[in-house]
Design a protein. Structure first.
Lengths: 456, 456
């Protein structure tokens, strides 16, 4: 008999079927045992009534949560009072006739269905806790965010390319970069695909890339991790830098529209609230934002070169109150706070043609127009204290003709965190890496090594 | 005026349009200058006849290859004898009325249109040489291979996840792993997403991932690079290991079918030959393959534990001659030649339920059924000389119930290399990394550092 999916069982009332999955829960009612069985499509109720076959009777008694089983039996309509409206298969149950164990499970360390463990424990047991329905739903949302990003840009005639992770120098500056022993040489992990996506504008005009990016974050915060999935786009022949913001708005709204269409079940389960698709994202200059924050809070940060986390929260509150928008573009960051490749505003050269898109209180997307003129770019690299020869490869793209261009990038995990209102970005990261953890806690895993080091 | 794409120009005969792009070539015929202009959609012929505006006349004289320009003018039907059948826009030309330089280019180091530089030179100038039409076409093919892989598996209800690159130990064994300085600890770059995709089978049953994978290859060959794009899938509840091979065949044929549909232009340009879609991939055991090779060549490798590169070529010749197949599955590799998680054949425990798919003389895809039983897996980890505690995290997936499962993986670059008949996998890698190169040649870039090291 061919296996069917659990979601298909309501179509087979009165018929024999085979289903497979993990035992979600077991409830004994005297001799009769009820199992909930879980596969990728849903959950089914199995009813086991002991019969003549003593082997199967014994097996049914042994089976517990997370055992993997194959079951044959008849799909029956449930008695009216047993119907479970909340479950897609809640009007049927399967009367077990044959039962085969595909894999046993050891007793669980805690209940993964009704999970109330702390985040560190949830992460210590990630391979197990990922099986929780709500945690699973987070990563179905993330899958959709990424595939929707790709779909929307592909439809805009943007070419996808694979950006390398091993890079010869710390391209974006800053100390937050991981060093790799690369044969006899030094190499680093990419902090972003920035330089490569710019090079690729010279080839395909418009490109995007989905790549793992790395930040050696020396502190633990709820919004930073050491490895995340960067969604990056870059486009040439732009008429103005505002075209980049328009694209960001189209892409962001498109992602939420796809989530609504393709992940309604997960959105309902996680009680997430979709942003209003009819509101245009407001845009204000950073200096104006600081003035608004001063007016609203009395705190004067108007001479700061950037918005702090509290400022970001406050200006998002303002955007929500004034425009009913979960998003707000903050534009014109000071030249000093942006990387060397950012284009200065010709009308106000202390500030850049750059923006951040804030979402529900947190910076989500960064972008802007870049310097496409070869000589200006060289001058800026030197001004930022870098050696030209370290950028020879990248600079070829500009030496041989680069159109006006710009782009944007963001982390998939952070978008999911903000959408679902998760307290910590680690909850939106399948296997989060930070200074204390790569899968397991490093202090446990490499305790020998640390001891060795201390002894030296 | 809004910019139109060059491919749209034939629809605008007799009308004024604006187009943008890179100057591909310049040909002066007395006073009249012909430019070929290139954008992402194609190439257009521009005709410039000097007029009253001396500034534009001077500009037109200065412009050379790779300058980026914006042009306004009238689209005209070409005279009959000037029609170029080979060009999509070959029946029209644009009479230039207005000309604006968006970016200049320095003189090119060599002709990138008619490229006959050596591969090292092509890679030294990658940002420039990627603009060559044939090289560009390679990466449009690669884009399609990857997006087709995703599309086919998504349609099979397989969930995509993002596999991490930073790992706590060298999971697959072997010395070919890059070390990262990870705060106070050791970490490594993933050699494959193997352990993570297996964990994810416990969550979503069927998963795939597109991830950068890393091999610290200590020698230079035409088929190895240090960072490549791994296309990996893993599926639970398989009825037999042959289901994995069936999936490999469906995915492989699906990719070529999508290439034919969506990349016909590039396939024609690169003169690539699509495999015959109607031939089933033949399957033979490794020991049988060795016997066939002995019969065909007289060379006796029948006691070798693996096929060498020459063996792979010979058995592919055989598959082509006997089955008209560009592909052949080699199955049942010896237990010793496969990683610890590979399932042994219950009928012949010296051999595994594993396979390689060879394509045109080279190993392309590896896969097989895995050990899903927790106790067997632990026993094998120890047998392979590894410490159980190093695999605690991974082992959770099996401790708490893992169905029978298997999967496969391959490098996108290698598939493109074999399809296009390229001599070196670097040609199919946008920014290849090897022991001598990360973008630039390391000996040039880091010569100071190497000297320092020697002095120590």
């Amino acid at each position: 008999m061919e296996r069917i999916l659990i979601s298909e069982t309501p179509k087979f009332i009165g018929q024999k079927v085979k289903i497979c999955g993990w035992v979600d829960t077991v409830r004994s009612h005297g001799k009769i045992v009820f199992f909930d069985l879980r596969d990728r499509s849903g959950i089914a109720q199995l009813v086991f009534v002991p019969g003549k076959d003593q082997d199967i009777n014994d097996l049914a008694k042994k089976i517990n949560s997370e055992w993997v089983v194959e079951v044959e039996g008849q799909v029956n309509q449930r008695p009216a009072k047993m119907i479970n409206e909340k479950l897609a298969t809640g009007q049927v149950e399967l009367l077990v006739e044959n039962l085969k164990v595909l894999a046993e499970s050891e007793p669980l360390p805690f209940d993964i269905k009704d999970l109330n463990a702390s985040l560190p424990t949830i992460l210590d047991y990630r391979p197990l806790t990922l099986r929780n329905e709500k945690i699973k739903a987070i990563f179905k949302i993330e899958e959709e965010v990424i595939s929707s990003f790709r779909k929307i840009l592909s439809e805009m005639d943007v070419t996808e390319f694979q950006s390398p992770s091993i890079i010869p120098l710390a391209s974006e500056g800053g100390s937050e970069v991981f060093h790799i022993d690369y044969f006899d040489y030094d190499a680093y992990l990419a902090q972003s695909p920035q330089l490569y996506k710019q090079i690729m504008v010279g080839v395909f005009e418009r490109v995007f890339t989905v790549s793992q990016v790395y930040r050696s974050e020396p502190s633990i915060t709820t919004r930073h991790i050491c490895e995340f999935t960067g969604l990056d786009a870059e486009m040439g022949f732009i008429k103005s830098w505002e075209e980049i913001m328009d694209t960001v708005e189209i892409v962001t709204k498109g992602i939420f529209s796809d989530l609504q269409k393709n992940r309604a079940k997960e959105i309902e389960l996680l009680e997430a609230k979709l942003p209003n698709p009819n509101v245009s994202f407001p845009k204000i200059k950073m200096r104006e934002a600081q003035k608004i924050i001063l007016e609203r809070t009395g705190k004067d940060n108007t001479s700061e070169p950037d918005l702090g986390p509290e400022d970001e929260k406050e200006i998002c509150k303002y955007a929500k109150e004034k425009f009913d928008s979960d998003f707000i573009f903050i534009t014109h960051y000071p030249v000093k706070k942006r990387p060397f490749y950012t284009l200065a505003d010709p009308n106000d050269p202390e500030y850049t043609l750059s923006f951040d898109l804030l979402y529900n209180g947190l910076e989500l997307i960064s972008g802007g127009q870049r310097i496409n003129d070869y000589k200006n770019l060289i001058a800026n690299i030197e001004k930022w204290g870098n050696k030209i020869e370290n950028f020879d490869f990248y600079l070829q793209a500009f030496k041989y003709g680069m159109p006006p261009e710009g782009g944007f990038g963001f982390g998939a995990e952070r978008m999911v965190k903000q959408f679902l209102g998760l307290a910590n970005v680690r909850e939106a990261t399948i296997f989060p890496r930070d200074m204390e953890r790569i899968d397991q806690r490093l202090s446990l895993l490499q305790s020998d090594k640390k001891k060795d080091k201390k002894e030296i």
